[in-house]
Design a protein around this ligand. Sequence first.
Ligand SMILES: NC(=O)c1ccc[n+]([C@@H]2O[C@H](COP(=O)([O-])OP(=O)(O)OC[C@H]3O[C@@H](n4cnc5c(N)ncnc54)[C@H](OP(=O)(O)O)[C@@H]3O)[C@@H](O)[C@H]2O)c1
Length: 236
Amino acid sequence: MKILVCGSHGRMGQFIISLASQYGCEVIGEMNRESNFEAELSKNPDVCLDFSSPDALIKLCSIAEKYKTKIVSGTTGLSDEQERRVTLSAENFPILYGTNFSIGIFILNKLVKAAAKSLPTSFDIEIIEAHHSQKKDAPSGTAMTLLKAIQGERQCVENFGRHGECKRSIGEIGLHSVRGGDIVGDHEVLFAGQGERLELIHRATNREVFARGALYAAQKFVAINRPGLYTLDDVL
Ligand SMILES: NC(=O)c1ccc[n+]([C@@H]2O[C@H](COP(=O)([O-])OP(=O)(O)OC[C@H]3O[C@@H](n4cnc5c(N)ncnc54)[C@H](OP(=O)(O)O)[C@@H]3O)[C@@H](O)[C@H]2O)c1
């Protein structure tokens, strides 16, 4: 399978390049800030793996429309407008988008959905995420995905962090972002009831897991030809 790597100089891009051959992938091109995207996409790769920035992803999508290049993207921090732009592009070619390519997080999402559906609404829900000090966006894309999964099961309103007078209101979900050191990525969803609490926790200890998950998903995704916006749910 021939792949392009968008964001190849970055931490994730470097992992993708070093692990690619283990997943039967040959890297035929790389894209970074100074790259000519059109020249790279014209190489006709099977898939372009993107871990870059929202601006780069939007640029990638606009040029991929011409070449119908399949994209697997894990870039986070997209604005609502950028999300809409990606969704529009996916009407023309297949895009697999995931805010977290770890297989453990994929299962966490399913467990969180099940808990949000089955536990009485009297259980209070809080999402706590922790990442390294250089992370640009907060809350993490994964925390937002977990929030949406819960909101798909019950009515609740997010509350980003708390300070001062802030007694909890019914149907509220608190989101808390911890930043420090070299934390790769922790996500905890807490369901707190009266006399018991359920804590669902995932900890990534090495960023390699995201690259491995993306390469694994790309292997499956390459068989999909119908345009659309896909998630890991569709390929795993
Ligand atoms: N979904 C997941 O599982 C997952 C896991 C980890 C990280 N991520 C996300 O993946 C993204 C990359 O993370 P990272 O830690 O690898 O970041 P990073 O080390 O900062 O690398 C970013 C890469 O993107 C390129 N880039 C940035 N803006 C660009 C632009 N406008 N045009 C072209 N290239 C551009 C950079 O190129 P230059 O070197 O030329 O600046 C660099 O190669 C982030 O959004 C992060 O949150 C997702």
